[in-house]
Design a protein around this ligand. Structure first.
Ligand SMILES: [Fe+2]
Length: 209
């Protein structure tokens, strides 16, 4: 029997280790500043469970190579999906770096970023002991009619969740509608990544703006 796989969810994954060193260096001051901003909270409640988020990175030229690279890739991604990109301009809505707590407990519950067309990650610090992204089944109909899965079946069409283990240098580009979360980190090793979101704006609107 011929198998058609229709309405698939694409996730582009690429290894780009050449950005790791410079972007870790450029990120240090943002993570330190974030910890400083939360100093009083940490003093009172400890560091457990925290995620230290930077201020926006979009105006910092130290990140321009990554921005240009993933910006173009995100346009290519939408174009490859079949959207008529001659009608749209892509813009970054946000880009920031974050690091999970030293004492563990860092995580993010499941979410989508509202009104975004492409989302992405670049992993700077991670290993087999750290947190990692978990993607959720985006098809609401499929989600509502799941059955119990066979034990230890691995990757299958019925999965509700996909656990993805990145390495430092992994870029992930995926549709903005794809719900994602980050597994609870045990604080064994540093976990740091850059996250961004991109909107496609109709060119007529971009011209009027
Ligand atoms: Fe996110």
């Amino acid at each position: 029997m011929k198998i058609e796989e229709l309405f698939k969810t694409p996730i582009w994954v690429e290894e780009k280790p050449e950005f790791i060193k410079s972007l870790n260096k450029a990120s240090d001051k943002y993570i330190n500043a974030s910890k400083k901003r939360e100093k009083e909270f940490i003093k009172k409640n400890g560091d457990f469970g925290r995620s230290y988020h930077s201020t926006p990175l979009l105006d910092d030229n130290d990140f321009i190579d990554l921005r240009n690279y993933v910006g173009q890739k995100s346009w290519d991604f939408l174009d490859w999906c079949g959207f008529d990109m001659q009608r749209y301009t892509t813009i970054f809505s946000e880009m920031w770096v974050q690091e999970f707590a030293k004492k563990g407990g860092g995580h993010h519950s499941a979410h989508v970023h509202w009104n975004q067309h492409v989302s992405g990650f670049y992993f700077l610090k991670c290993n087999e002991n750290t947190s990692y992204p978990i993607f959720h089944e985006p098809r609401t109909g499929a989600r509502a009619t799941k059955l119990i899965m066979k034990p230890n079946n691995g990757l299958a069409h019925g999965n509700e969740l996909i656990h993805f283990k990145p390495t430092p240098g992994t870029i992930m580009i995926f549709p903005g509608y794809l719900e994602h979360e980050f597994a609870v980190d045990f604080g064994k090793s540093p976990f740091r990544f850059i996250h961004w979101n991109i909107q496609a704006i109709p060119k007529m609107m971009a011209k009027d703006a």
